[in-house]
Design a protein around this ligand. Structure first.
Ligand SMILES: Nc1ncnc2c1ncn2[C@@H]1O[C@H](COP(=O)(O)OP(=O)(O)OP(=O)(O)O)[C@@H](O)[C@H]1O
Ligand SMILES: [Mg+2]
Length: 401
């Protein structure tokens, strides 16, 4: 899966702009210069991370460089240079700052990524996959007025069971604009402004439709309202509810699907929950799914000597998630590789182009490779956790396992 850094880079940029402004108002031009250069560098990284906005970020980067070179390097000249720069320098600076502030206070378009994940990359979860495929297809087909596709699907379940993977596959299969929103980061980083972010996000999603808005760690965004809920959280919740209500009415012919994922559905606000009539439990994999996940994560290696039935049963017994099985396969592979390449570490002294001429020795994976890994990997999920999911599902969810 491609790693999207744009959200992270924008956060860094905002921090850096704040530091620049602080340095400037404290009259520390040396520091301001350093921060302005850092803003330019972050804009260049954003430009290469978000090809659709490359030109815009490169423009910001150029202007931040002009600001940086306009900052006086000598503290002794500070006062004078500030006055002097009230001409072209300050005009350029305020323009750049304003434009960049507009970005964002958060530029939702920069959250767009295009996923490479396909349905086949997901082992098990056949019913869930089918439901999601149907939802997407219905959104695209011509249909009677009263047939409305689902606007939102909530995926909940223990960690590592494939919730993010499902959202990425939905976007990947459609080549849709995938707005990957890590709710917990937004709440902590943009607290107080996150309600503005939500409306910006949905405006961008509508204009880039077909779009999938993926609200990961959803509980962070919509914690149950309690007495100590701050004004900011209340505003954020109400803007989220408005958006969740409005989507289909505004553009019924284009897909705008909100997928939300959480490990703790019981923490969700009930008003938010009611906007997600489809609540799908993503369980730990059963034996058949475990076998499939092992096959997916050992692709291109010889697994003919493995007893997949035995491994599948062991994974279920140990309450492994897809993520645990992925780790298991990685560890088994490493055991095999070390076994076959005992002198591997000695090759570290060779230059890289020399290394590229040699090949790693591999053999078929064996049950022994897996046994030692199974002994080491412990699932973080307890029986009590699973009971909580069962109870919540009985009351509020749908189960496709
Ligand atoms: N059903 C699956 N098939 C194949 N691989 C899986 C499956 N489930 C999980 N994995 C592996 O585990 C990794 C983590 O899965 P994913 O991020 O989708 O879990 P998650 O349910 O979103 O977890 P969390 O609740 O912690 O966010 C995936 O990148 C993949 O390697
Ligand atoms: Mg996830």
């Amino acid at each position: 899966m491609k790693i999207d850094l744009s959200g992270f880079l924008l956060s860094e940029l905002r921090d850096m702009m704040d530091e620049y402004k602080k340095a400037k108002s404290a009259g520390d031009d040396d520091l301001a210069k350093e921060k302005a250069f850092a803003c330019a560098a972050l804009n260049r990284r954003l430009a290469s991370n978000v090809p659709s906005l490359e030109e815009k970020y490169m423009g910001h980067a150029d202007r931040w460089e002009q600001i940086a070179t306009g900052c006086s390097p000598h503290p002794a000249n500070r006062r004078g240079s500030r006055n002097k720069s009230a001409g072209i320098g300050s005009r350029t600076r305020s323009q750049a700052e304003e434009e960049q502030d507009g970005d964002g206070a958060f530029n939702a378009s920069s959250l767009i990524t295009h996923s490479q994940v396909r349905w086949d990359d997901i082992g098990g979860l056949d019913e869930v996959k089918r439901l999601m495929m149907e939802t997407i297809v219905i959104a695209g087909l011509k249909k009677p007025e009263s047939v409305k596709p689902w606007k939102g699907i909530l995926l909940y379940g223990p960690p590592g069971t494939g919730k993010t993977l499902l959202a990425a596959a939905a976007a990947g299969s459609l080549n849709a604009s995938f707005f990957d929103v890590k709710a917990d980061k937004i709440v902590s980083k943009y607290f107080g402004e996150s309600s503005k972010l939500i409306s910006g996000l949905y405006t961008a999603a509508r204009s880039h439709a077909p779009s999938i808005v993926f609200l990961d760690e959803f509980d962070a965004l919509s914690q149950s309202r309690s007495d100590d809920t701050s004004d900011a959280t209340r505003k954020l919740l109400s803007s989220l509810l408005t958006e969740l209500d409005g989507l289909q009415d505004k553009k019924s012919d284009r897909l705008l699907l909100t997928l939300a994922a959480t490990n703790t559905p019981w923490d969700l606000d009930t008003a938010v929950l009611s906007r997600f009539p489809r609540r799908i439990f993503i369980p730990l994999p059963d034996e058949a799914a475990c076998r499939e996940i092992i096959r997916i994560h050992t692709e291109s290696l010889d697994i003919s000597s493995l007893n997949l039935d035995e491994l599948g049963a062991e994974c279920v017994k140990k309450r492994y998630s897809g993520r645990d099985i992925h780790t298991l396969c990685q560890q088994a592979m490493w055991t095999m590789i070390r076994d076959e390449n005992t002198e591997l570490h000695n090759l570290a002294l060779l230059p890289f182009d020399e290394l590229q001429k040699r090949s790693l020795k591999v053999r078929a994976l064996s049950m022994d490779d897996f046994d030692s890994a199974i002994a080491r990997i412990k699932s973080p999920v307890t029986r009590a956790d699973l009971d909580l999911f069962t109870h919540w599902s009985e009351e509020f969810g749908e189960d496709f396992s």
